[in-house]
Write a protein that binds this ligand. Structure first.
Ligand code: PDD
Length: 277
């Protein structure tokens, strides 16, 4: 693969970054994952807007304009002949001697790479996900897409070791989101998902899926829900750029509905994929 590192296109084996990069030392950086379907970037504008917002919340100047990011990502997809998979983009504050305080005006570090992956034909769609719940021990600004992903990774491992697929995080008795996705339940005709705010990442897929709720015959209720409410729901699912709409069939071992992927979740996935392609 060809990767992009601070202005250069290099074979992945030859790519280097500084050991003093604050992304590496302090998790001082942000990222985006943009899906590629049939060689095209999905919802690039939304991801780019969120990237710029994350950077601005951390007081890092964006090293590129939206138009430049688009050209760079297209170039990367083209160089790697990527048809289906993802583009990973990371911007860190920059490199200097390790210190908690940083110098103003460092040159941001930029890394981009692709990962080829079959995303549309995912066998988990037919099976549905088993979810465990864990305390949400992350910091209080989950709306910023930082590379500080240790607790989310630990949560995913806790799920795997428990024989499940993923974990939903719970704060004050209410579900915030999944380790790397937004969480939803459907009760009757109501689609319930936590409102945007500092407690969750405002998913780009979430925005797209919520816009499709009405045409799928669902009424939107943006509010947090409890684990018990999820367990009593008719359906549940998660969304992210790489999984689109993915049904959830158990939460802490309790079956959702009949324990099969729900019809509304499937319909939302279809509608989402139609407009994404
Ligand atoms: N994760 N919530 C969290 C904590 C996430 O990490 C993600 C995305 C989402 C969904 O956001 P979007 O729909 O914009 O992908 C919600 C990406 C895919 C990742 O870290 O790989």
């Amino acid at each position: 693969r060809t990767v992009y590192v601070n202005g250069d296109w290099v074979p992945e084996e030859a790519a280097t970054i500084s050991v003093f990069d604050r992304g590496f030392l302090m998790a001082d950086g942000v990222y985006e994952v943009v899906t590629v379907l049939e060689g095209k970037l999905v919802d690039f504008a939304g991801h780019c807007r969120r990237l710029h917002r994350s950077l601005s919340e951390l007081d890092i100047a964006s090293p590129h304009t939206e138009e430049e990011w688009l050209q760079l990502q297209r170039d990367l997809v083209h160089r790697n002949r990527l048809r289906e998979g993802l583009v990973y983009l990371q911007v860190t504050r920059g490199a200097e001697d390790r210190d908690f305080a940083w110098s103003e005006g460092l040159t941001p570090g930029v890394v981009m790479f692709t990962q080829a992956r079959s995303l549309v034909d995912n066998p988990l769609v037919e099976r549905g996900l088993d979810i465990i719940t864990i305390d949400d021990l992350r910091w209080q600004r989950r709306d910023i897409k930082t590379v500080q992903l240790l607790y989310s990774s630990m949560g995913k491992m806790m799920a795997k070791r428990a024989g499940a697929h993923d974990a939903w995080m719970v704060e004050d008795g209410l579900v915030t989101e999944g380790t790397s996705n937004n969480a939803y339940i459907i009760a009757g005709r109501r689609l319930i998902t936590r409102q945007a705010g500092h407690a969750i990442l405002q998913g780009i897929t979430r925005t797209a899926v919520l816009a499709l709720a009405a045409e799928t015959g669902l009424e939107l209720e943006e509010r947090p829900f409890t684990v018990a409410e999820a367990q009593a729901a008719d359906e549940a699912f998660v969304t992210s750029a790489t999984t689109f709409v993915m049904p959830v069939v158990t939460v802490d071992g309790v079956k959702i509905g009949d324990g099969q992927p729900g019809p509304m979740a499937r319909k939302l996935r279809e509608h989402y994929l139609q407009q994404a392609r």
